[in-house]
Design a binder for this molecule. Structure first.
Ligand code: SF4
Length: 325
C-alpha cells in the first residue's frame, strides 16, 4: 500500500515559477511513490476578498496549469474542495478539538489580518482547522510543506492527536515532507514571490517575457559595477538557475559571478533561455488542455466522485465515534 499524500492548491488563476519550484515540481516527483490527492482549495480562498464571478474561471485555470505542469490526472486525484461537502462537516467537528490559544498564535493569520484590515473574518482565523480537515478527511499520512506552512501542519497534527485522545484512534498523524527548493523571492528580491505582491514570473510566460521580467530583477547588491565580484548564494537569480539550468550553466554562473567574469545581464539572459526551454512543454500541455474543456470538466467530476466516496467513509466513522448518530 502506498502512503497517501494530500496537498492544497490556491485557486489564484495565476501560477508562477515560485509555485512551480517550491511545490508543484516536488509533487510531480511524488506521483508514482505515493497515492496523491491534490485539491483546489476554493473554500480557503474565500477568507480574503475575491470576485465571485471570476472564481469559476480561476479554479479551472489553476487546475489546468497544474495539470500542464505535471499533475497528470492519470497518476493522481485532482478535485475542487467545495465539491466535497464533508470538508466543512469535519471542520466543525475538529473545531471542538482545536485549542484556541494555539490558533491565536498563527503567524499567517497575523500577517493576513494586517494585509486585509478591512476584512478580518472568522474564516481567516479558523483557516488552519479547515486545513486540518482537508488532510484528515482522507487519512493522509504525508503532507508536502514549504517553510511557511510548517506551523499550520503542526497545528493539524495537534488537532489529530486531540481527536484521537478524546474519541479513540481514528486518524493517522500526518507527517511533513519538506520541499527541496529553498524559498524563491520575487523579482524585487525583498519578499517571497507572490501574485498579490505582483513580483512574480508566470509559469506560462511567453518566451520573450522571461528576459523582460528578469532584466530589472534584484541581484547581489555587491555587484555595483560589471568588474565587482559577487556571491551567487546571495542572489535570487542564482536560486532560479538552480531550478532551471543545467549543472554546466550553474557552474558557469557561480564561477563567473565570483570572478566578475560575467555580467548580471549575461547571467539573466542565460537563465531566461533556460526557463523558456524548461517550460515550453508546460505551455504546450496547457494549450492542449485549454482546447479540451470537456476533459477538464471530467477530471473535476471524477475527482469529486472519488473523493466524496473516501470522505463519506471517513465521516461515517467520525460520526460513529463522536456519537453523532
Ligand atoms: S552574476 Fe548572476 S548570480 Fe551573480 S549577482 Fe549577477 S545575476 Fe546574480
Amino acid at each position: 500500500m502506498k502512503k497517501r499524500v494530500f496537498s492544497g492548491i490556491q485557486p489564484s488563476g495565476i501560477v508562477h515559477i515560485g509555485n512551480y519550484l517550491g511545490a508543484i515540481r516536488n509533487w510531480v516527483d511524488m506521483l508514482d511513490k505515493y497515492d496523491c490527492i491534490f485539491c483546489v482549495v476554493d473554500l480557503h480562498a474565500m477568507t480574503v476578498p475575491y470576485e465571485p464571478k471570476e472564481m469559476p474561471n480561476c479554479i479551472r485555470e489553476t487546475l489546468m496549469v497544474n495539470m500542464a505542469a505535471g499533475l497528470d490526472p492519470e497518476r493522481c486525484t485532482l478535485f475542487v474542495q467545495s465539491h466535497v461537502p464533508q470538508h466543512t462537516e469535519l471542520t466543525w467537528i475538529l473545531n471542538t478539538c482545536a485549542p484556541f490559544g494555539d490558533l491565536a498564535r498563527m503567524t499567517q493569520f497575523k500577517e493576513k489580518s494586517r494585509q486585509h484590515r478591512e476584512n478580518v473574518n472568522c474564516g481567516l482565523f479558523t483557516y488552519p482547522i479547515l486545513m486540518a480537515a482537508d488532510i484528515l478527511l482522507y487519512k493522509s499520512e504525508v503532507v508536502p510543506v514549504g517553510e511557511d506552512q510548517t506551523q499550520h501542519l503542526e497545528f493539524a497534527r495537534e488537532i489529530c492527536r486531540n481527536f484521537n485522545a478524546r474519541f479513540g484512534e481514528t486518524f493517522p498523524e500526518p507527517q511533513p515532507k519538506y520541499t527541496r527548493v529553498r524559498r524563491l523571492m520575487g523579482v524585487g528580491g525583498k519578499a517571497k514571490m507572490s501574485k498579490s505582491l505582483n513580483n512574480y514570473i508566470p509559469l506560462l510566460a511567453e518566451p520573450e517575457e522571461f528576459f523582460s521580467l528578469l532584466r530589472t530583477a534584484a541581484t547581489d547588491p555587491a555587484r555595483v559595477r560589471r568588474s565587482d565580484p559577487g556571491t551567487p548564494e546571495k542572489c535570487n537569480i542564482h536560486t532560479m538557475h538552480l531550478g532551471f539550468s543545467s549543472q554546466e550553466d550553474i557552474a558557469w554562473c557561480e564561477e563567473g559571478c565570483r570572478t566578475a567574469g560575467i555580467g548580471c545581464v549575461d547571467c539573466k539572459k542565460r537563465l531566461a533561455g533556460n526557463m523558456d526551454h524548461s517550460l515550453a512543454p508546460v505551455r504546450e500541455r496547457y494549450k492542449k488542455y485549454a482546447d479540451q474543456p470537456d476533459y477538464v470538466e471530467d477530471v473535476m467530476r471524477e475527482g469529486a466522485r472519488q473523493c466524496t466516496e473516501w470522505a463519506e467513509k471517513t465521516m461515517q466513522e467520525v460520526r460513529e465515534v463522536t456519537g453523532l448518530r
